[in-house]
Design a protein around this ligand. Structure first.
Ligand code: THU
Length: 135
C-alpha cells in the first residue's frame, strides 16, 4: 500500500500548478475504507491563496464525505526533477491533518521514490497538538 500511495502522489505531483516557486508536490491520502484521494499544490499570483498538496487531498476527501484517514504519502521537489530531499508537510498541513486523523496512529510517508521513503507518526511531527479533543 505504501508503494501504491507513493506512486499516486508522484502522479498527482505532475498536475501541480507552481509558476511562482517551481516546487511541485503531490500527495495521496488513504481513507479507512481504502479509498485514496490525491492532491497537488496550487499556487496563485496573490501568493497567500495558494494551497499545499496535502490540504488539497484532505479537502477533496472531506468534500466527498470522507473524514477518517490512515496514511498520507508526500512527494515534492523542483519541478521536473526527481526529489533530492524528503518533502516534509508544513505546519498548517500538519494542523489540518490533526483535525481528521488520530495523531497516534496516522502515518505520514515522505518519499523520494517508491523505494526511498520515511514513515512518521503524525504525533511525532506535531507534538502536543491542539485538535478536536482539546475543545
Ligand atoms: N508545499 C506543499 O504543497 N506541501 C509541502 O509539504 C510543502 C510545501 C508547496 C507550497 C508551495 O506551492 C510550494 O510547495 C513551495 O513552498
Amino acid at each position: 500500500m505504501i508503494q501504491r500511495l507513493i506512486r499516486l502522489a508522484m502522479e498527482a505531483r505532475l498536475n501541480a500548478y507552481t509558476p511562482y516557486s517551481n516546487f511541485t508536490v503531490g500527495a495521496a491520502l488513504l481513507t479507512t475504507d481504502g479509498t485514496v484521494f490525491t492532491g497537488c499544490n496550487v499556487e496563485n499570483a496573490a501568493f497567500t491563496p495558494g494551497n499545499c498538496a496535502e490540504r488539497t487531498a484532505v479537502f477533496k476527501a472531506v468534500s466527498e464525505g470522507y473524514k477518517e484517514f490512515e496514511q498520507i504519502a508526500i512527494v515534492g521537489g523542483k519541478k521536473g526533477e526527481q526529489p533530492k530531499e524528503y518533502c516534509s508537510p508544513c505546519g498548517v498541513c500538519r494542523q489540518v491533518l490533526v483535525e481528521f486523523a488520530d495523531p497516534k496512529t496516522f502515518q505520514v510517508i515522505i518519499a523520494k521514490s517508491e523505494e526511498d521513503y520515511q514513515v512518521y507518526r503524525l504525533e511525532d511531527l506535531l507534538p502536543l497538538s491542539f485538535g478536536p479533543e482539546s475543545l
